[in-house]
Every structure is written in C-alpha cells, then in structure tokens.
Unconditional design. Structure first.
Length: 323
C-alpha cells in the first residue's frame, strides 16, 4: 500500500507521515517477524540551514526503529544495487520528493547531468519501492501556490515536480494533504477507478444483527460460501464469505497460524467480501483457546481491513460505514 503525503512548508506533513508509517509497521510486526522499517533521506547537507533541518528530522524519528538510507540520487540504481538492503515486505518512508527532484536536476550525479530524465528517474524509483514494500509513505511539497514570478530555472523545477506529483498520486492508494497539522484525504482506495472495480469489503457487528442480509443488499451478485464449514480453497476462490470468525476457529484448531491465513487471502483473493462477527468485546474468556481465538480474530481482521476500501458495522440491521 502506498500513501502520498503533500502540504506546504511547516504544515506538519513530516510528523503525519511518520505516524502513518510507524502505525503500519506496528501492525505488520504483529504478523511478520523482524519486518524492516526504513527512512530514505534525500536532503543533501550543503550548509548550516539544511544541516539544522536534517538534525530536526533525526530527532523526530529517534527511537522509532528507523534504519536510515541516505539516497540522494538514482533511486532505481540504489534499489537494484547488489548491496541494497532487503526491501521486500518492509515499511518505507521516503522524504521527500521535492528534494529528490532538485537533486536529480542539479547534483553532478543526478539524472539531468548524466544523460537521464528527472521525472522518469524519480517515478521509476518510487514505483520500484511500491512493488517491493509492504507499505510505502512518500512525502512531497506543495510549492505551486505563490504569487512571485518564477525564474526560468524555477519554472523548469516546478514543471518537473508537478509532473512527478501527478504520476505518484495516480500510483498511490491514498493521497493526503496536511493543512496546518490537519490531514485531509483527497484520494482513498474507494476513489480508484483502475478498471477492476474491486477491493476487499468487510462487514462486521454483533451476532444476529442482520450482517449477511445487509451484505447481500450491498453486493447482490456475489458468490457466497460459509466459514462454518468451507475449505480454505473455497475462501480463496469465492466472492464472499459469511461467518469468517468460525473459519478462523477451525483454522486455529488445526494448529495453523493467523499469519498463514492472512498471507493466503492477500496472495490469492484480495477482492474478497468478508462478513465476520465482532467477538472482541465482553469479558475475557477463562479458557486459553477461547482467549487465543478471540484475539486472533481481532488481529486477522485488523490486518485484512487494511486492504478494504469499504468497511461497515451493522447494529439492529442498520449498517454504518466506517470507511
């Protein structure tokens, strides 16, 4: 999943971006052992002012588990290098595209000075990151709202950055603009029109609340299976599953792990419609398996909902959209 974060200078976009990627990383670590967390820094330290900015960003991310990669130019080359760190399944924060664009235009080793193309290099690099990472957050700057007349050099820079931002926004699953510390979603998974018309759907609520009836009204053409007795293969090939929590119970009783189930669904059927009882409330069960079952349903659903563009909670037959 990729989120593009934009905003003006001092808007709070860096703090927001860090909070997002750290949150994604915490969730990922619940199901994936030793998932890496990387910060790609691309501000070239060329004076006291930039050194102060770099130091401020280091203090912001101190103690959060980031491994820093100082990649100033040629993202595609850095990612493809034999000594490049393992990015597959990682969480990555790239900050920021405006610096990377300037580096590719003006640094001696940048694309513009080595026979390459600045937008092509930046866009290709981010696309490679998205293909490899479990979660990617990319920060860019809004430098396009000012009245001062641009120089020829600034016009070229803004043209390149604008082209790159548009391509990354199209590529991203979510685009957020941060305005004075307030994140405003300007594109989400439900806005995407990629030709498939499909994303994971999730309907939850207490028992006997009418979740299945509500789901069938929402998705009248779906092919359903029942988690109370179906096989994993049926879940991976059907359009929708009811009683998903009961399938999780049988899965755990067979000695299988939540991580195995999450990976199977995300690998084979990300378009699945899931109806699942909300079982995490109430008193903690005294039986050890019941405690494990209750917690596993919650953790599995939390992971899967990350990939859902529609999430509903049904109470007394009335559905409320959470996402």
């Amino acid at each position: 999943m990729m989120e593009l974060v934009t905003g003006g200078s001092g808007s709070g976009k860096s703090a927001y971006a860090e909070s997002v990627i750290c949150g994604k990383h915490r969730l990922l670590c619940e199901t994936t052992e030793n998932a890496p967390l990387y910060y790609i820094a691309d501000m070239v330290p060329y004076g006291r002012e930039t050194e102060k900015k770099i130091e401020a960003h280091r203090k912001m991310r101190a103690g959060k588990g980031f491994a820093t990669l100082e990649w100033y130019v040629d993202l595609p080359g850095k990612i493809s290098a034999p000594d490049s760190p393992e990015l597959k399944g990682s969480c990555v924060l790239l900050e920021c595209v405006s610096n990377l664009t300037a580096n590719e235009m003006y640094e001696p080793a940048g694309a513009q000075n080595t026979g390459g193309d600045t937008p092509e290099s930046v866009i290709k690099g981010v696309r490679m990151l998205k293909e490899r990472c479990a979660h990617l957050v990319v920060v860019t700057n809004d430098v396009f709202r000012e009245s001062v007349t641009d120089s020829e050099e600034m016009t070229a820079y803004k043209g390149n950055l604008g082209m790159i931002n548009r391509a990354l926004a199209e590529m991203a699953d979510q685009v957020t603009e941060v305005v004075f510390g307030v994140p405003v979603c300007i594109k989400s998974g439900s806005d995407m029109a990629d030709g498939t018309g499909k994303q994971m759907k999730f309907i939850t609520g207490g028992a006997y609340q009418g979740k299945l009836e509500y789901a069938k009204k929402l998705y009248p053409g779906a092919e359903w299976t029942d988690g109370a007795g179906c096989s994993l293969q049926e879940i991976l090939s059907c359009g929708a599953v009811d009683h998903f929590h009961l399938f999780v119970r049988r899965w755990l009783q067979e000695g299988k792990t939540p991580q195995e189930l999450i990976r199977a669904i995300l690998d084979k059927n990300r378009d699945l419609i899931i109806v699942c009882d909300e079982i995490g409330c109430g008193l903690v069960p005294t039986d050890a398996f019941e405690r494990e079952y209750r917690e596993s349903v919650g953790r599995i659903c939390t992971q899967l909902v990350e990939y859902a563009d529609e999430v509903y909670r049904v109470t007394c037959g009335i559905g409320g959209r959470l996402r």
